[in-house]
Design a protein around this ligand. Structure first.
Ligand SMILES: Cc1cc2nc3c(=O)[nH]c(=O)nc-3n(C[C@H](O)[C@H](O)[C@H](O)COP(=O)(O)O)c2cc1C
Length: 218
């Protein structure tokens, strides 16, 4: 299929080795940040924080979070141009949701007299909140929408990436406590440019189940 979307999805892949000398331009980083911000989420909750690891100091901190586990992902911490920490809010409260509804009104998306009606949508969050106020399973699901969105954005920009659930959420929480502000990072995304001739995963065909195995038209 020659559609540009299908071309994007066929050419993007999980990079296994980065060229440490190549950096993403400031212009492309702005596109990436804006694409993150524009990601969709249930009831427009946006229960997330995206921490962009860019400086050498932050890269060293991220590198050090692999001290106890998942060392196979550790080289990306310094060799990739950037890493994005995708973090969810484990306690997304009604007060926090009200800030989003404020933005609904101030942006002109929601008429002011519908404010209370929109607040009622918090019932979706409540239905996913336990007796301790934890709704991290639901908010983490929202973060993966942003991850999928950015994978395609990167493909379109010709930037390579590596999604990583192989990260240590506890150590990231400790070493990036200031940036995370209570959010939890269970998944990160290294981004940059693969090292020519050194990345065994580059240029291989896609390995996916057949379309009729995963898509059913009823
Ligand atoms: C949520 C998620 C977590 C992943 N975690 C890792 C990881 O920790 N390390 C890694 O090398 N690849 C990781 N991958 C890459 C997958 O193995 C890869 O996406 C899959 O095999 C499909 O291959 P492709 O991305 O090259 O199309 C992850 C992918 C996703 C979507």
């Amino acid at each position: 299929m020659s559609h540009p979307i299908i071309k994007d999805l066929n050419t993007r892949y999980t990079a296994k080795k980065y060229d440490a000398s190549k950096r993403i331009s400031a212009e492309d980083m702005e596109v990436i940040k804006e694409a993150l911000r524009l990601s969709a989420s249930s009831i427009n909750s946006q229960p997330w924080k995206f921490v962009i690891v860019e400086s050498d100091e932050a890269k060293q901190r991220f590198h050090d979070t692999f001290e106890n586990m998942h060392q196979f992902n550790q080289p990306h911490a310094k060799a990739a141009s950037h890493t994005i920490l995708f973090a969810h809010d484990p306690e997304f409260t009604k007060e926090k949701f009200a800030k989003r509804v404020d933005a609904e009104v101030s942006s002109g998306h929601l008429p002011a007299d519908m404010y209370d009606m929109f607040m009622g949508a918090y019932a979706f969050a409540e239905a996913n909140t336990d007796e301790n106020g934890f709704n991290g399973t639901w908010t983490k699901a929202q973060v993966y929408i942003a991850l999928g969105n950015i994978l395609h954005t990167l493909a379109r920009l010709g930037i390579d990436s590596t999604p990583m659930e192989g990260v240590d959420a506890k150590l990231i929480g400790e070493k990036f406590a200031d940036e995370l502000e209570g959010h939890v990072c269970d998944v990160a995304l290294a981004i940059g440019y693969h090292e020519e001739g050194e990345d065994y995963n580059h240029g291989l065909p896609k390995a996916r189940l057949a379309q009729d195995h995963v898509v059913t038209v009823a």
